[in-house]
Design a binder for this molecule. Structure first.
Ligand SMILES: Nc1ncnc2c1ncn2[C@@H]1O[C@H](COP(=O)(O)OP(=O)(O)OP(=O)(O)O)[C@@H](O)[C@H]1O
Ligand SMILES: [Mg+2]
Length: 381
């Protein structure tokens, strides 16, 4: 029997839970060729949601293209990857090459088949003649126009997903945003989803005075409802031949801080441990043993995170863990955990948020990594 829980990668359809409204909305907006912004903290499930949406749109006959902006080490490399992804809507590599040569005549793209796979195989795209920033800028304008041409030529709407979009800022700041926005807004037959996992950067990017201000609808992905997630976990345990004790799903969701990644991870590891012992039932003890094992394995890593913090930050971090993130600035909390004055507590909180250790949700502070939270609760004093 295969482990039914998946983490650390885009989840396949059968491991995908809920998100029905979000999926509907994303599919509808993209099919209407809107330019959608999708924002959430890391590991909430943006990429998985996008993959589901693109699959649905593909089944409806739209052409879909997906690029992870953060995987590229330079602006030029990103343009090469983007051009490649667009050309890959042709299933044969020689047709992809022909299309690119015709669409980008002045850039003289070099399209090379990667060895081994025959006519349908992978290929790479490079622009060996492009070097200066000015040439890259000119190339960008041409590459950003490609989705529109593709839609026209193939007589089908195109949907482009640019994941980890916040990384675009690193390439060439404002000018990339400008060029992309200018291209996208005239492409009536192209839907875009710009997804980003650093909410503060993304919110700035869609703010006034920036090119993407009011470019299209903004979706902020929330957590999955805990009871739904818990039910899903127990159901998958049961169907994979391991009977869960009542409440196991809820306990996993709770321990994982309802972060989708951590929920799946804890479920996955618990399932593995239970199966390895040959058991056909899983209970709360099993869960806690698995958690202890994972925390042990992560010890060096968590220790390093802890060491990087100042003493004031450590104290505030512990208070957040023990107080469940609530009323950290209150006089009673500060005196009970010996935190000092409100301004220094505020400074420590801000530093922890900046370092992505904490996240502010309304008035509460949440530990981004639920396992780190458990580690702090158990291993620090
Ligand atoms: N709808 C879902 N159902 C079940 N598990 C999910 C769902 N969404 C996300 N997950 C879990 O969270 C993990 C991370 O999901 P995904 O990579 O889609 O998130 P992300 O927001 O794109 O993360 P990142 O910001 O790191 O790119 C998945 O591997 C999976 O374990
Ligand atoms: Mg992602």
């Amino acid at each position: 029997m295969q482990n039914p829980f998946v983490y650390g990668e885009v989840v396949p359809g059968d491991a995908f839970v809920d998100r029905e409204q979000e999926l509907d909305r994303l599919v509808t907006d993209l099919a209407a060729c809107q330019k959608v912004f999708l924002i959430s903290p890391r590991r909430y499930g943006k990429s998985s949601l996008i993959r589901q949406a693109l699959a649905q749109l593909g089944r409806r006959g739209l052409l879909t293209v997906e690029v992870t902006v953060s995987s590229y080490s330079s602006y030029l490399a990103f343009l090469e990857g983007y051009a490649r992804a667009l050309a890959a809507t042709e299933t044969r590599w020689d047709r992809a090459r022909q299309w690119l040569r015709e669409a980008l005549p002045s850039a003289d793209p070099l399209v090379r088949q990667e060895p081994g796979d025959g006519a349908r195989g992978r290929f790479s795209v490079t622009f060996p003649d492009i070097a200066s920033a000015r040439e890259v800028g000119r190339l960008a304008t041409e590459v950003f126009a490609l989705p529109g041409q593709l839609a026209e030529q193939r007589k089908r709407p195109v949907v482009v997903a640019l994941d980890e979009f916040q990384a675009i800022e690193g390439f060439n700041g404002g000018s990339v945003e400008h060029a992309l926005r200018a291209a996208a807004q005239v492409q009536r037959q192209v839907g875009y989803v710009f997804a980003g996992s650093e909410p503060s950067l993304m919110e700035k990017m869609i703010g006034p005075k920036r090119p993407f201000y009011k470019a299209g609808p903004v979706m902020r992905l929330d957590r999955i409802p805990p009871d739904l997630f818990a039910g899903f976990i127990e159901d998958r345990f049961a169907r994979s031949g391991v009977r869960p004790e009542a409440g196991l799903g809820a306990a996993i969701v709770e321990l994982a801080g309802n972060l989708p990644y951590d929920v799946q991870r804890l479920a996955h590891e618990t399932w593995d441990d239970v199966r390895a012992s040959g058991a056909r039932r899983a209970n709360l003890d099993d869960l806690h043993q698995t958690l202890a094992r994972i925390l042990g394995e992560q010890d060096t890593f968590f220790e390093a995170v802890w060491q990087r913090l100042t003493l004031a930050q450590r104290a505030v971090f512990r208070a957040v863990v023990l107080r469940n993130g609530r009323e950290i600035l209150a006089a009673s909390t500060r005196s009970r955990y010996r935190l000092g004055g409100p301004s220094s507590v505020q400074a420590a909180l801000s530093a922890l948020v900046r370092q992505d250790v904490l996240l502010k949700e309304g008035q509460t502070y949440v530990v981004v990594d639920a396992l780190l939270r458990e580690w702090v609760a158990r291993r620090t004093f």
